[in-house]
Design a protein around this ligand. Structure first.
Ligand code: WTA
Length: 657
């Protein structure tokens, strides 16, 4: 039975609300099909039209797509623009300077409103200060900041002078920050004294100091510090400067640096299945186009909307749907410093009610954890809040299970708001497969159909299409403007990882499995096909965690796998062989805690294994290869049904069970 049939049977198909559909940017299935047909008729013409309508160009482009050096595609290459101009100046010039750009809510509930005019001035001042310190087009600036107005200002200021930013999530350790600063060749760092989350202060500046001292960062000559809490910090007067001091004396205007469309706007590190994190390099023109276009299509943005994306600017979602997408179209958005559970688990709903949020975008993990608490405590249940301003609610980052989808739809969306389950990745720059609120009939658990211009298909291991109803590998058939351009400093890894020869070298390999419904063609993502875990919507490479574990003096060997989890999607389970004897009981618990803390230090708290099991060895084939599928079964507590005849040391399974 097809997906739509089976869900129709269960009564689980949700057509778009008629009033919303009537007023929507893309209104009805025919309008969607017309866009699909336009792209099919003239692929380049379709993208060129959107790029002309959505982006303001300083110098118009004359070529749309250059495929000569595929897969190093170029889009709109001879066009010139500035991202910050598009996100700020053009709204002020159009008479919308007094429109609220950001409603910032701090951890403690303090609210600050920033207009587009204010935001432009703040960006110009910082951009001038950066220029004064010698920073210029092509330089790399690392941003290690909490959720803040200043974080967005820092990103936009880099874009304004043509410097390429690389934001490092505030939850990463000094070691991770150091590695990224070294790899990207940073010459400046923008950070903060302390970050406030859930009533607790976390010392970002001191982590940054450690990262700078760890070696390889001699080129970082300016460390700009935003004073958030006024907490005590170490100070190196040769290098460190307060953001408020260096911007005080600067002018409110700053001529943007006009860059070519392919100029790298940012590099964002993400985990892959092998080796160290890779720096995903994005362009200026293509990225900006898609961030803005998907705001209009996927979120059906209207000037009266109040948009709220709960992601962190340290992840791609915070780049596309906080720093650039909403500002590019002149939206009003909520930016939140804190966590959903502080001061209590009603925080999100309380904020939606107070700020009259119309469009809410969050992660399935957040929804699942809030379901749990609000079941136990009605005072934090969404039904205790006035959420009537909401019209569209979305999710991102991981599959949403139908039960969580239904709860979100009913209790947050009041049964009237479309749930927009957006599938995309750091590498894709913006949404790829997603329902459109005025078009798509929704089926819980399915991200439904590709956006116009996105040629998503499911193939087998040799790159051939598989029929609907049969699972396979998710690939994108044609380049699109906001796609990853390269892996910073490692073009070979880009080519090999994303356009593998096994698939013919022309298909973009997403790294996810998918299945399409027989009747509707709706996509359901079946999870990663590589060794990448997804914990609370955060991407983690098993290899990275293994390298962190074996870097500990006690550890001889380690293997890391994921286990599915009701709340966080997956959790990290580590199998560890110590150099000394295999610990048991309280000793094992103590070492496990030490190793967890170690991983927190090496990578960041998000990578800490939930569970660590010790063995005298790991299950290996005779050729010495670790049998991960066995470890996955062990972690899940499943009976081993796989063939273990090739196993060198079957007795080890008992120890690890
Ligand atoms: C997963 C986040 C199912 C997927 C924007 C992908 C999803 C990875 C969905 C990218 C979804 C993201 N349904 N799975 N709607 N959205 N994923 O780079 O495995 O942090 O490859 O980008 O998250 O994670 P990333």
């Amino acid at each position: 039975m097809s997906l739509i049939e089976s869900t129709v049977h269960d009564g689980l198909v949700f057509p778009p609300p008629a009033d919303l559909a009537a007023r929507a940017e893309v209104s009805g299935m025919d309008a969607y099909q017309a866009l699909i047909a336009e792209a099919a008729r003239d692929y380049e013409g379709f993208w060129a039209r959107l790029a002309r309508e959505t982006v303001t160009w300083r110098k118009p482009f004359s070529t749309t797509l250059d495929e000569t050096n595929a897969p190093f595609y170029k889009w709109f290459e001879d066009g010139e623009l500035n991202a910050s101009y598009n996100c700020l100046d053009r709204h002020v010039e159009a008479g919308n300077g007094e429109r609220i750009a950001v409603i910032f809510e701090a951890d403690d509930g303090t609210v600050t409103h920033v207009t587009y005019r204010d935001l432009l001035q703040r960006v110009c001042r910082l951009a001038n200060a950066l220029r004064r310190r010698g920073l210029k087009k092509g330089d790399r600036v690392v941003i290690y900041m909490p959720m803040s107005i200043e974080g967005i200002v820092a990103m936009q200021a880099c874009a304004r002078i043509g410097a390429t930013h690389s934001v490092v999530f505030g939850g990463f350790s000094s070691k991770s920050l150091n590695e990224r600063m070294v790899d990207v060749g940073a010459t400046a760092l923008i950070t903060c004294d302390e970050q406030m989350r859930g009533g607790k202060a976390l010392p970002l500046k001191s982590i940054a100091d450690e990262a700078l001292a760890a070696g390889g960062c001699a080129a970082v000559s300016s460390v700009i510090v935003y004073r958030r809490t006024g907490g005590e910090v170490q100070w190196n007067p040769k290098r460190d400067m307060w953001l408020h001091e260096i911007t005080e004396c600067e002018a409110d205007i700053c001529e943007p640096e006009w860059v070519g469309a392919e100029h790298p706007l940012f590099i964002l590190y993400t985990s892959g299945s092998t080796g160290t994190p890779k720096g995903v390099q994005h362009s200026t023109g293509g990225f900006l186009l898609w961030a803005a276009q998907t705001m209009k299509w996927t979120f059906d943005w209207k000037p009266s909307d109040v948009f709220w994306c709960t992601a962190d600017i340290g992840w791609i979602t915070g780049h596309s749907y906080i720093a650039y997408g909403p500002t590019a179209i002149g939206a009003t958005q909520v930016v939140f410093e804190g966590v959903p559970t502080y001061p209590n688990a009603g925080r999100f709903w309380n904020m939606i009610a107070r700020h009259k949020v119309t469009t809410f975008y969050t992660a399935p993990t957040a929804i699942r954890s809030l379901i749990k608490v609000s079941d136990a405590d009605p005072s934090v249940h969404p039904k205790s809040f006035d959420l009537s301003t909401l019209r569209i609610i979305g999710t991102v980052g991981e599959p949403i299970n139908p039960a969580a989808w239904m709860w979100y739809h009913e209790h947050v969306g009041g049964g009237r708001c479309p749930v927009i389950d957006t599938w995309w990745q750091t590498e894709t720059g913006g949404h790829m497969i997603t329902p459109l609120p005025g078009v798509t009939s929704l089926v819980p658990g399915s991200c439904t159909l590709p956006l116009p211009g996105i040629l998503a298909v499911v193939v087998d291991e040799t790159g051939h299409d598989v029929p609907n109803g049969q699972g396979g590998i998710l690939v994108i058939k044609r380049p699109w403007p906001s796609m990853i351009r390269t892996v910073w400093g490692d073009p070979a890894r880009f080519k090999k990882g994303y356009f593998p020869d096994d698939l013919g070298g022309k298909l973009y390999l997403a790294g996810d499995g998918a299945i399409r419904d027989k009747e509707t063609g709706y996509f359901t993502i079946t999870g990663r096909i590589d060794d990448v875990l997804n914990v609370s919507g955060h991407r983690l490479g098993t290899m990275e965690i293994e390298s962190a574990l074996v870097a500990n003096a006690m550890v001889a060997e380690a293997a890391v796998v994921g286990r599915s989890d009701e709340t966080t999607g997956e959790v990290v389970v580590a199998f560890v062989v110590l150099k000394g004897p295999r610990p048991e009981g309280a000793a094992a618990e103590k070492i496990a805690n030490e190793l967890r803390a170690w991983v927190g230090k090496e990578i960041g708290p998000i990578a800490k294994p939930k569970e660590i099991r010790f063995g005298e060895n790991l299950p290996k084939t005779r050729s010495g290869k670790i049998m991960r599928r066995l470890l996955r079964s062990l972690a899940a507590g499943e009976e081993i049904t796989q063939d273990v005849s090739t196993l060198e040391n079957p007795a080890i399974l008992g120890q690890l069970r």
